[in-house]
Design a binder for this molecule. Structure first.
Ligand code: NDP
Length: 329
């Protein structure tokens, strides 16, 4: 038997409930690699899958956990052998397929990435899907011409998981980072990650009738979406780009096309779930080389499987700071 966080749904009321249970290893879904999970994390999507499902979970009972790192226990695929350290993010694991909130996970070899050199399994999960996605966002901005000499870079939802890693990564690469937060008490934390200044959320979270404002940001990593993303588009410098990562503030985009037409700005979509293997490896290499591991450790709040129902609700309320690392065993 193995320990897992299992979410069940009451068919009559439609309500879900999550609790740690013992499950049989034979209950794990089909797959060609079995991994002894060491660490997982809590991302915004995990909050949905631990809680109401958010339309992501296909069937119950369900084991959430959209990412994990651990050691291969058995493998029917030539690419992996017992003892290999691996990391998994995306591919709808933890949503459509049972995920990382269990002592073991059975998955497809195609979904795994060898643990990058220089990172432990714990550090990989301190990064997790949120940090991996922040790295993809920074790579996309650079691929579209961003460099430190171009000017200030904005990070929205900065005290959250994506925002914290984006702030630390950009600052370590020499960028001047302006961090948007709705939690003024997190100013010291964000400055510790390398933010040069704090932008209060209220200053940038309201719609404006002006499609263009003064040219302020050379680029932006946006975890918030909604009205904030629309405002950022109108504040980008000529030719600047925003990497749209998240929707913590809403899925609508109340914007005009004017910034695209008059300032040649770019809206870059970032998806971490279906990224091809080569780009995953590229991103994990950048994590290992460019993210200061001491700052990463400072973002971490440790947790166990038992803490997950509480943490899932907290992340949906925007109350989690930085990254949670879940010790599964
Ligand atoms: P977190 O909850 O850790 O961070 C989100 C942050 O957004 C909060 O900490 C808060 O930051 C800010 N925020 C929350 N609510 C609001 C609001 N109503 N208005 C403005 N700001 C708000 O989540 P993650 O960092 O894990 O994920 C961030 C987003 O990115 C989510 O929407 C998630 O689904 C998405 N995502 C997308 C991925 C992809 O592949 N595209 C992969 C991973 C995540 P503060 O307190 O500092 O203001």
């Amino acid at each position: 038997m193995i320990k897992a966080l299992v979410v069940e749904k009451d068919e009559e009321t439609g309500k879900t409930s999550a609790a740690v249970q013992e499950i049989a290893e034979s209950d794990l879904p089909e797959g060609d690699v079995t991994v002894a999970v060491e660490y997982s994390t809590v991302n915004y999507k995990d909050g949905l899958c631990i809680g109401p499902g958010g339309g992501l979970v296909r069937k119950y009972p369900h084991v959430p956990g959209i990412d994990f790192a651990g050691t291969v226990e058995s493998s029917d695929d030539d690419r992996y052998k017992p003892g290999d350290k691996v990391v998994l993010t995306g591919w709808r694991v933890g949503e459509a397929h049972w995920g990382g909130y269990a002592e073991k996970a059975r998955v497809r070899a195609d979904w795994l990435v060898p643990l990058p050199e220089g990172l432990t399994t714990r550090q990989a999960m301190a990064v997790g899907t949120a940090g991996f996605t922040a790295t993809l966002a920074v790579m996309a901005l650079e691929d579209h011409g961003l460099s430190p000499d171009k000017g200030e870079v904005l990070v929205t939802g900065a005290a959250g998981g994506v925002g914290s890693v984006a702030t630390a990564l950009l600052s370590n690469l020499g960028y001047e980072v302006a961090a948007v937060t709705g939690r003024p008490e997190q100013e010291d934390y964000l400055k510790g990650l390398g933010a040069a200044r704090i932008v209060p959320r209220d200053e940038i979270n309201e719609t404006t009738k002006r499609p263009l404002e003064s040219e302020t940001w050379a680029g932006c990593v946006d975890a918030v979406g909604g009205a904030m993303l629309a405002r950022v588009l109108g504040q980008l410098k000529y030719g600047g780009s925003v990497a749209a990562v998240g929707l913590a503030g809403g899925a609508n985009l109340p914007a005009t096309v004017v910034p695209f037409l008059l300032r040649g700005v770019n809206l870059l979509g970032i998806d971490s779930v279906m990224q091809p293997f080569e780009n995953r490896q590229r991103a994990w290499k950048r994590v290992a080389s460019d993210l200061p591991l001491d700052l990463l450790e400072g973002m971490v709040q440790p947790a166990t499987l038992e803490d997950l129902p509480r943490l899932g609700a907290e992340i949906l309320n925007g109350q989690v700071r930085g990254r949670v690392v879940v010790e599964v065993n």
